[in-house]
Design a protein around this ligand. Structure first.
Ligand code: ZN
Length: 196
């Protein structure tokens, strides 16, 4: 039975402990006011290849995003969703453009509003989420949050990058030599200055 203990992933220390064999998909449409009234907690996976806007921002992704959503009502009577998500994305290295795995996670607090005008009444701690006809599309919520939590730039460690620092330098030098053959690069500057 040692097999089972070995396969048990204990390395992920998170406030929201992930069940090691979670396979259920997050429902795409829910009735959030009902869930809030019952203080329901939903946990599930979202297949990353179902999120076209994420693909536009970060390239085509495979695998799943792990999502925990806790619906509730706060002391002021606001219907809210406390959420946590975690995914491993493949993001292009800024230097060599080869994707590298990047852990992305986010904690968020959403305030439900039935009208966009009501969003202004929410405290700054809450991101508004528009609930129309008592329905909420959770895939849109997850996709929005994932896009918001994308890192600005991603680089390989220098030793692992497919473009080394020296290659970068020699490449630029090579390109300069090709485009301006046998001319003094300062000649361009002089022309510009002369035009003043
Ligand atoms: Zn790289």
């Amino acid at each position: 039975m040692k097999k089972y203990t070995d396969s048990f992933d204990t390395s992920r220390g998170s406030a929201y402990h992930c069940a090691p064999m979670l396979t259920s998909q997050l429902p795409s449409r829910v009735e959030p006011y009902k869930l809030a009234a019952r203080h329901e907690r939903i946990e599930g996976l979202v297949a990353l290849d179902k999120l076209p806007r994420l693909a536009e921002e970060a390239g085509v992704q495979t695998g799943d995003c792990h999502v925990v959503l806790e619906f509730g009502v706060d002391a002021q009577g606001r219907r809210e969703i406390r959420g946590h998500l975690q995914a491993t994305l493949a993001l292009a290295c800024r230097r060599c453009l080869v994707p590298l795995p990047q852990e992305v996670s986010s904690d968020f607090l959403l305030g439900m509003v039935t009208d966009e005008a009501l969003a202004a009444e929410l405290p700054a701690s809450h991101e508004p989420v528009l609930v129309e006809k008592e329905q909420l599309d959770l895939l849109t919520v997850v996709e929005d949050e994932l896009i918001l939590s994308l890192p600005q730039v991603v680089y390989h460690d220098e030793a692992e990058c497919h473009v080394s620092a020296e290659q970068l330098v020699s490449k630029t030098e090579g390109a300069a030599a090709e485009t301006t053959p046998a001319t003094n690069p300062f000649a361009v500057l002089n022309v510009l200055k002369g035009k003043k």
